[in-house]
Ligand binder design. Structure first.
Ligand SMILES: *Cc1c(COP(=O)(O)O)cnc(C)c1O
Length: 391
């Protein structure tokens, strides 16, 4: 099997899609036209097998990217969505029905939690939140009607690493499937299918696109789950613009080399932060102070540019003074682009129901971009001076 850097360069580039140039073209279509009744019938029969049928089923551009994602991340097929959130909600809706029970990690991405509490609750699907560090003890929460166990590792903002293999083993014994929000792993830092995941979801908006200019979501699935995911996502009307897919595929080609640089820069910044008196601890998976660090060492192959740190005291006015004057870091809700981002995450407890968040001071989330790490450190150093002055 090829190594990661080879895979991201070569995946989905068969001549069938590229017609002999390097990249598949942007194939725009709603209507696919047929010249005979027989041809039309044939396409209809094969409509789920990457055949031109109707625009919503995709064109060569999407087929190439779906194949690429399956080769990079694994699984039997990949469904595409207009954003990561659509991938999450469609995967959940594809496998849950009224009366079912869902186990959702307490550190889930905020819109995932909101979807469970609003839309799934309204459909009569009950959600129980669980501690991200629960591991095999998830057994105590399984019910006869538990259909899906949803994981996200590392957790949003606070970066807890989950024992996905232990959770999967229990879930499968109880006939539940395991979904993973694998956005942080980006399909290359964590192998979902080797760790028992049935459906791996990504906001490809983040590192796969990599340039902060496209929204797109993916969900790759095991052979057993793929037909249900594919057909139900189709019924939900999920489809994606070929221009956006083209840009995601362009991003994919440099994913591995970009991640290595994000990783190196972020490690340097995190190591520096750890020496600062203002910092209580760093929540970076490669650091022992990150809950679940041992599991990261066992299951992941590396890191990227996203991590957090907790200050040992402070308040909103002080973090505002820090954030308002940054030179290289901008503020933004996303991450995964080439640029550095900073965010003060307030009210973490508001987003938790199964676990307690008690930290000495505010939590700051950083996305370390591809700038020079020393420039970023200097920027943070000035920021901490403003923070101290405002305490
Ligand atoms: C950004 C993000 C999403 C949502 O992706 P969108 O493309 O913005 O809808 C989901 N999960 C995680 C972990 C994310 O960071």
């Amino acid at each position: 099997m090829s190594k990661t850097s080879t895979k991201v360069v070569s995946a989905g580039r068969s001549k069938k899609w590229t017609k002999g140039v390097v990249n598949p073209s942007v194939m725009r279509a709603s209507t696919v036209v047929f010249e005979s009744v027989d041809e039309m019938k044939k396409a209809t029969r094969k409509r789920a097998q990457q055949t031109l049928f109707y625009g919503r089923r995709g064109t060569d551009t999407s087929f190439a990217f779906q194949e690429a994602m399956t080769q990079v991340e694994g699984g039997s097929g990949c469904a595409l969505y207009p954003c990561g959130t659509a991938a999450i909600t469609s995967a959940l809706l594809s496998f849950l029905k009224t009366g079912d029970h869902l186990l959702m990690v307490d550190t889930a991405y905020e819109p995932t939690r909101d979807f469970c509490n609003n839309m799934l609750a309204g459909l009569g699907i009950e959600t129980t939140y669980y501690d991200p560090l629960i591991g095999a003890d998830i057994e105590s929460l399984m019910r006869p009607n538990t259909r899906v166990v949803f994981t996200e590792s590392p957790g949003s903002n606070t970066m807890e690493i989950q024992d996905v293999p232990a959770i999967s083993e229990v879930a499968h014994r109880h006939n539940a499937i395991v979904m993973l929000d694998n956005t942080w792993g980006s399909g290359v830092l964590f192998d979902p299918f080797a760790h028992g995941v049935d459906i791996s979801i990504q906001a490809a908006t983040k590192y796969i696109v990599g340039h902060s200019d496209v929204m797109i979501g993916t969900a790759t699935a095991t052979e057993a789950c793929w037909p249900t995911l594919r057909e139900n996502s189709y019924l939900l009307g999920q489809c994606t613009s070929p221009d956006d897919i083209y840009l995601a595929m362009r991003g994919l080609r440099t994913l591995d080399v970009r991640l290595k640089q994000h990783e190196a820069n972020a490690l340097k910044v995190a190591q520096w932060l750890e020496t600062r008196p203002e910092v209580d601890h760093v929540r970076h998976p490669a650091f022992e102070t990150c809950p679940g660090h041992e599991i990261w060492k066992r299951d992941f192959t590396g890191c990227n540019g996203l991590f957090s740190f907790v200050l040992n005291k402070g308040h909103e006015a002080a973090t505002t003074a820090m954030l308002d004057g940054m030179k290289h870091f901008s503020m933004g809700y996303s991450w995964g682009g080439f640029e550095s981002l900073i965010l003060a995450v307030n009210g973490i407890q508001r987003l938790r129901t199964a676990t307690q968040w008690s930290a000495a001071g505010p939590l700051i989330r950083l996305h370390i971009g591809l700038e020079d790490a020393d420039d970023l450190i200097a920027d943070l150093e000035s920021g901490l001076e403003r923070f101290n002055a405002a305490l």
